[in-house]
Design a protein around this ligand. Structure first.
Ligand SMILES: Nc1ncnc2c1ncn2[C@@H]1O[C@H](COP(=O)(O)OP(=O)(O)OP(=O)(O)O)[C@@H](O)[C@H]1O
Length: 279
């Protein structure tokens, strides 16, 4: 409409139409029309490449676990498997079967009731969970928070470094220095991903990483995961992500972790089976 008004010239009929269009614009602006909001650019979530550790990096040996410590409550029994830097695993299963619990057994946040979880002594893990963004200090800015958390790890770095780290994850401009409380869910999660990258992990553990991401960001995350040279274990219901990055599909079921890929069950087969079950 602006273009029409600007080019209407002096011809009476066009001037009348231009005036009418200007009135429409004035009304729209009065009703709250503002300039189009620029969405944050879809940037790559790129994680630093880390030197390979010899396998096995994580080994579960006949692990059993329950929160009560009692056998009758076992969520898992007789779990034995290995995870290393070549692993690209998606963990699937019904709600409440114990997928998040499994990640916490991997990190050591939870300890097995029976058996052992052993890890390479130099192994660094970084975990994203659905609660990571809620735990950010809302009164601080992303830059302040990054600097406070990682200053001892990178003592010689200046503000430019922190800006760059967080900028790579799509948190730019005033978002870097304003309070975290004013960021959208999506941007807060980008702050969390920037922090995961600063951990320089050998293996990334991602618990439902796509819940607060739009489709473009899911694809960015998938690209970053594909380019990452370490191992990845993802708990997700998001087949858009899983189908792009997972090389193995593990299902948590009947107190066990079943490697569906070894049974020649593909992600598509699993998705179709789920769809049939829900009919
Ligand atoms: N801290 C805890 N104390 C006691 N029980 C717990 C605790 N955390 C989880 N549980 C229970 O353990 C079971 C497994 O929980 P978990 O969160 O690992 O499952 P999940 O497969 O990740 O579920 P979802 O897909 O719904 O996120 C659930 O029955 C849950 O209620």
């Amino acid at each position: 409409m602006d273009t029409f008004i600007a080019s209407a010239g002096t011809y009476a009929n066009l001037v009348r139409q231009a005036k009418s269009k200007q009135k429409i614009i004035d009304k729209m602006e009065a009703a709250g029309l503002v300039e189009k909001v620029d969405m944050p650019k879809v940037l790559r979530f790129n994680f630093e490449d880390v030197p390979k550790l010899p396998p096995p990096n994580i080994a579960f040996n006949e692990v059993a676990f329950s929160y009560s410590g009692l056998k009758k409550d076992y969520l898992y029994q007789d779990l034995s498997f290995g995870i290393d830097m070549d692993s690209r695993i998606a963990i699937v299963g019904d709600n409440g079967t114990g997928k998040s619990t499994l990640l916490n057994l991997i990190t050591g946040q939870l300890s097995p009731v029976e058996g052992t979880v052993s890890k390479h002594p130099a192994l660094k893990l970084a975990k994203y969970s659905q609660h990571s963004a809620d735990q950010l200090p809302y009164d601080k800015s992303p830059i302040e928070h990054l600097e406070a958390t990682y200053k001892s790890k990178f003592p010689e770095k200046d503000i430019q470094f922190w800006r760059q780290q967080i900028g790579r994850f799509g948190v730019t401009g005033a978002h870097q220095t304003g309070p975290i409380s004013q960021l959208s869910d999506g941007l807060r999660n980008r702050v969390v991903f920037a922090m995961l990258a600063l951990e320089h992990p050998h293996i990334l553990l991602l618990d439902e990483p796509t819940n607060h991401l739009d489709m473009e960001s899911i694809d960015s995350l998938a690209i970053a995961i594909k380019e990452f040279s370490g191992g990845v274990v993802i708990v997700s219901h998001d087949f858009r992500l899983i189908s792009q990055v997972a090389q193995e599909l593990w299902e948590v079921k009947d107190k066990k972790v079943i490697n569906l890929t070894k049974e020649d069950i593909t992600i598509v087969d699993y998705k179709n089976a789920l769809a049939k079950r829900s009919k």
